[in-house]
Design a protein around this ligand. Structure first.
Ligand code: TXA
Ligand code: MG
Length: 373
């Protein structure tokens, strides 16, 4: 394998910074997920990001900025955004969000400066910007003197990596370096928000910054882009995303609440896998072992279960979501069943969204005849 996992020593940060200055791309830890970083003004680096991920160029990138860039005015000075397009109300609200959430898991969609390459924004008039809080990401931005375009460091459509090891699994034969930053604290991507010229707040992607805290900060009700329109508001929001290689089906209820009547749907899935000797189970809260045993006795097949949070904490569940999905994907299970995330609050929105995008239904599985996965 080509990739080297670099400990985040000053020497290795300097090595990685020179690689970025030379137009290379590399794996960078952030508090949400690991990113594939490159200089946001270097078109060679940008092209490498899209090629390495096999990502279509209609899907725009997020620019990661340094710790000193935390206001509309500062982003203007960096020539990332067009201040003339920002109304006074927009400016007040954007600055409030930056003060509250930066550095951290909030991405803001802002009118772009003409000097930001179209490859970053997929030709849109806006640019996505966030200030990561991870010290290694900040050290890299500081040492390279660059703002860094960084999508999640997975191959397109696959599960986002939350450890350096997962970056190596995804892109190990395609890039030279990933900096070791430990397991990502938050575990799901940033929340993507746009404040329009009337000051309205649109949530384009649920993520690590909870909707309620955004609403509390701005003293307003955020609007959601309908999923049918999501692709136009935020071109990367494809219905299928974050998917394991194995098919993942959502259960109608938590395992503890499953009854005989709910099993018909699961039997439909089992019939598609007559030779399955092991079934994966993602438990949202509670004990993996007892939930696994309960499902196993209901369906009469061995089950390997992983829990996202023993205590039912949504923060803990988000932190474990992608790594546990990866673990089940690598197991001997023929397919994965997941409990749904019923909590319409806090990080529950992001968890429910990622599970929905990772999942398939028995109807679409039939019509695809395994094509997608
Ligand atoms: O937490 C994160 O945001 C991670 C880490 C690495 O920072 N990055 C990440 O990047 O999730 P990516 O490329 O996987 O997702 C970027 C999202 C996509 O949904 C894309 O559509 C949206 O941001 N986006 C980027 N630029 C946009 C724009 N100008 N308007 C609307 N949406 C935009
Ligand atoms: Mg991604």
């Amino acid at each position: 394998m080509r990739i080297q996992v670099l400990a985040p020593t000053p020497e290795n940060i300097a090595l990685a910074a020179s690689a970025l200055q030379a137009g290379q791309v590399l794996g960078m830890p952030t508090e949400t997920v690991y990113g594939l970083a490159g200089d946001c003004r270097n078109t060679q680096a940008l092209t490498r990001i899209f090629q390495t991920k096999e990502r279509p160029t209609f899907d725009p990138l997020i620019v990661h900025v340094g710790i000193s860039a935390g206001s509309v005015e500062k982003l203007g000075e960096l020539d990332l955004i067009d201040l003339s397009q920002i109304t006074p109300l927009m400016k007040t609200r954007i600055n409030l969000l930056m003060q509250k959430f930066w550095p951290g898991p909030l991405t803001l969609i802002l009118p772009k400066s003409t000097s930001v390459p179209d490859l970053v924004t997929s030709g849109l008039p806006t640019v996505a910007i966030r200030m990561p809080s991870h010290p290694v990401a900040q050290a890299l931005i500081q040492a390279s003197g660059k703002s860094l375009a960084a999508p999640s460091a997975n191959r397109f459509g696959r599960i986002s990596p939350t450890t350096a090891q997962a970056v190596a699994e995804e892109l190990g034969d395609r890039i030279d370096y990933v900096l070791e930053g430990g397991p990502c604290q938050i575990g799901v991507e940033s929340t993507v928000v746009r404040i329009d010229s009337e000051g309205q707040c649109w949530i384009l992607r649920h993520g690590g910054a909870p909707k309620e805290k955004i609403e509390e900060t701005l003293q307003l009700t955020a609007k959601h882009v309908q999923s049918s329109q999501a692709h136009f508001a935020s071109p990367g929001m494809l219905a299928s995303h974050y998917a394991p290689k194995k098919p993942l089906f959502l259960l109608p209820k938590s395992v503890q609440n499953l009854q005989e009547i709910d099993l018909n749907q699961i039997r439909g899935i089992l019939e598609k896998f007559p030779n399955a000797s092991l079934i994966g189970l993602l438990v949202l809260s509670g004990d993996a072992h007892s939930n696994g045993n309960k499902l196993s006795s209901l369906i009469g097949k061995p089950v390997i279960a992983q829990t996202l949070s023993q205590t039912g904490s949504l923060e803990e569940a988000a932190h474990h979501l992608f790594s546990e999905m990866r673990l089940l994907d690598a197991s001997a299970a023929a397919f994965i069943l997941s409990e749904p995330c019923p909590s319409p609050q806090g990080l529950g929105f992001a968890i429910a969204d990622r599970l929905k995008r990772a999942s398939t239904t028995i109807e679409s599985f039939n019509s695809e005849s395994c094509g997608k996965h």
